[in-house]
Design a protein around this ligand. Structure first.
Ligand code: GAL
Length: 663
């Protein structure tokens, strides 16, 4: 089958059937090649326990198929119907305060509940059997945004029992559990796994080791929940793909592990989300990082399953995308590795929670400026998508990104403004501003392809990971480590064998003898001749022989002491950053480290202009994206020809240019 590149999320069941033909014709004229449907329509598919009705979906699939539009089927397990939860109220999730979360929204389900699982098995098998050979159905999306709304859910009796089984498999004996969790503190010892609670709110404090395992368990439960559906789907649907719509850096499920179940990863991208910062400076690097992390989960091109198509909003709303901005954002997704873009949603919904989450068509259903803009965009970009298919950015810098570190910092953030993902994004920002592309890489990933590896906050440490970092540097890599590295073992107990960062001192050439949590204070830092500021934390370092001081503290009782260092080790270099550099210091530091490591910018930076490269064996595609509502110019590189855009080097407001170099 031809490659498909553009689609919409479509909810025919929200509208009169008499309208469907017009929708399909409008989609076809716009260049839409596929729709995703049904991911919330459980009741429509199974209105009663013993009644299944796939007729309406069959008709929609066929009507669209006849217009050349293929379907991705969503399984509706994010919205169990009222008849089911009424009959089996134990399906409702129970939060950490012991409150039942009821019907009326979505995700009102406990993912371990055996009754719920059996309903799912039955429905998904029926759907997969029914659509597994349908020529108009190309793929599947089990559930929707797995992990969304499952913050700390669920603590019901079923989840408690599953958690106990999970612990039993991991630790075998209660003694081992007690050791791993450090339960001697505050008399928390267990005689049997049956005594272990699902963590409800406590009177005071929590056991960090228990909480870390709970978060791991919750993630594993979501993977298991998905696996069950994927296995059923694959039994019937031999030639259809299975994907899932991720949410970038969302943390409820380890997306690397979830990705092992999928043919490829998809993601929902809302650059103008009302919950995001508004200024380009605060926002654009987060959008880019989000797309890069999504590509990195399977280290392959991905799909966008929901790309913003209008104002976002539930109770409150975001800004209206300016003319050109929706296309620019779609192009940004493509630039970072999307092989297909599905817009959310086709038509703005007249009912329910998402009445103000705008689609391509307004409430009236009449095509307007968003339809016209995206129609032009699709017609222009579709041929380019053919060429781009399968190409990848080739980053020289990797940023280590791990869900477990995120969990550990959620449990003990140290400082009110410190988050693991936030810290990772601060390092990413400095690369982004300098047009240096980066991949994210899991701790178990391949480090060897990077010249420079940034590994902020490597808090939970294992001997294997230590060895991997040491080896990376020995082999000639440049590694950046930071404060709070090697603090804990994998069970979230503090390391006690020596000074931080543990065995990594060998590469870093420093020992952390003391530290200061800065609360609201900033500390001055002298780097070269210049004075900067840093935040959050100061490590007080003892340097081992041969370690070079790159920056010193310029205030506090440790004024004059080293703050950022470099140490040659094996064939490589290890940098240690004992604080959170403010933006100016971060820019300066990373510019120098990237230069030392030989990691090069794509183009000289221009404010609000983003650059990205995708390449394959034959061709290199350069994307230049103007996020400003004003013209911008950039230095068009030699050897490229313009594939998309009016004049290479001159960007109109929100213009995206693509240039090609044949290798
Ligand atoms: C996504 C979700 C969609 C819809 C959209 C707008 O997170 O997958 O179902 O809710 O946001 O709110």
């Amino acid at each position: 089958m031809e490659q498909l590149h553009f689609g919409v999320d479509y909810y025919p069941e929200h509208w009169e059937q008499a309208r469907w033909d017009r929708d399909a014709a409008l989609m076809r004229d716009m260049g839409i090649q596929m729709v995703r449907m049904a991911e919330f329509s459980w009741h429509k598919l199974q209105p009663r326990e013993d009644v299944f009705d796939f007729g309406w979906l069959d008709e929609a699939i066929e009507l669209l198929g006849k217009q050349g539009i293929y379907t991705i089927v969503g399984t509706p397990t994010a919205a169990p119907p009222a008849w089911m939860v009424h009959k089996h109220p134990d399906i409702f999730p129970v939060d950490r305060e012991g409150r039942i979360r009821g019907f009326g929204g979505r995700h009102h389900d406990c993912q371990s509940n055996p009754t719920y699982r059996s309903y799912i098995r039955k429905l998904v098998a029926k759907m997969a059997e029914h659509y597994g050979q349908n020529p108009y159905v190309i793929g599947w999306q089990p559930d929707n945004e797995l992990g969304n709304s499952h913050q700390e859910l669920c603590t019901c009796a079923s989840c408690r029992q599953h958690f106990q089984e999970w612990l039993r498999r991991k630790y075998q004996t209660a003694e081992e559990l007690n050791r791993a969790w450090g339960t001697a503190f505050w008399s928390q010892e267990y005689n049997d796994f049956e005594e272990v609670p699902a963590p409800r709110i406590t009177v005071t404090g929590e056991n960090p080791s228990a909480m870390l395992d709970w978060k791991r368990f919750c993630s594993d439960l979501i993977v298991d929940f998905t696996r069950e559906q994927v296995e059923i789907i694959r039994r019937y649907a031999k030639n259809q793909f299975v994907t899932h719509n991720y949410m970038g850096f969302a943390d409820k499920v380890d997306y690397y592990k979830l990705g092992e179940l999928l043919d490829f990863v998809s993601h929902d991208q809302y650059p103008g989300g009302f919950y995001l910062p508004e200024t380009p400076h605060e926002r654009n690097h987060i959008l880019a990082a989000t797309l890069d992390v999504v590509r990195s989960y399977k280290n392959q091109p991905f799909w966008i399953m929901e790309q913003q198509s209008g104002i976002t909003g539930w109770e409150i709303m975001g800004r209206a995308p300016a003319p050109g901005q929706l296309s620019l954002w779609a192009m940004q997704s493509i630039a970072h590795g999307a092989d297909a873009v599905v817009f959310f949603r086709w038509r703005t919904c007249a009912m329910g929670t998402e009445q103000y989450w705008h689609g391509i068509l307004p409430h009236s259903g009449n095509p307007g400026r968003r339809y016209e803009e995206l129609q032009d965009f699709i017609h222009e970009v579709n041929p380019l998508m053919e060429k781009l298919h399968g190409s990848m950015p080739q980053a020289q810098v990797g940023i280590v990104f791990s869900f477990e570190q995120e969990y550990a910092f959620q449990i003990q953030p140290h400082h009110k403004d410190l988050s693991y993902t936030g810290q990772v994004q601060k390092y990413y920002r400095a690369l982004y501003e300098q047009n240096i592309p980066a991949d994210f890489v899991p701790e178990q990933g391949d480090f060897s392809k990077y010249k420079l590896l940034l590994a902020p906050l490597q808090y939970l440490m294992s001997p294997e990971l230590e060895e991997k970092y040491l080896d990376f540097v020995r082999q000639g890599g440049h590694l950046l480590l930071t404060m709070r590295t090697g603090v804990k073992d994998k069970t979230n107990l503090c390391m006690t064998e020596g000074e931080l960062p543990g065995r990594l001192s060998e590469a870093a050439g420093v020992e952390v003898l003391d530290y200061d949590c800065l609360r609201d204070a900033q500390v001055k830092v002298l780097f070269g001749e210049e004075e900067f500021v840093a935040n959050i934390w100061s490590d007080l370092l003892r340097l081992l022989p041969g370690t070079e001081t790159l920056a010193t503290y310029g205030s506090e009782f440790y004024e004059g002491e080293p703050c950022i260092t470099a140490h040659a080790y094996g064939k490589g270099v290890c940098y240690y950053v004992g604080t959170e550099p403010g933006e100016a210091l971060m820019d300066r530091l990373l510019a120098q480290i990237c230069k030392n490591a030989g990691a090069e910018p794509i183009l000289p930076p221009v404010t609000d202009v983003e650059c990205m490269v995708r390449e394959n064996d034959r061709e290199r595609f350069l994307f230049v994206l103007n996020h400003a509502g004003e013209t911008r110019s950039y230095q068009a590189p030699e050897g490229y020809r313009l594939l998309k855009g009016q004049q290479a080097g001159n960007l109109r407001p929100y213009e995206a240019q693509v240039l090609l170099m044949e290798k």
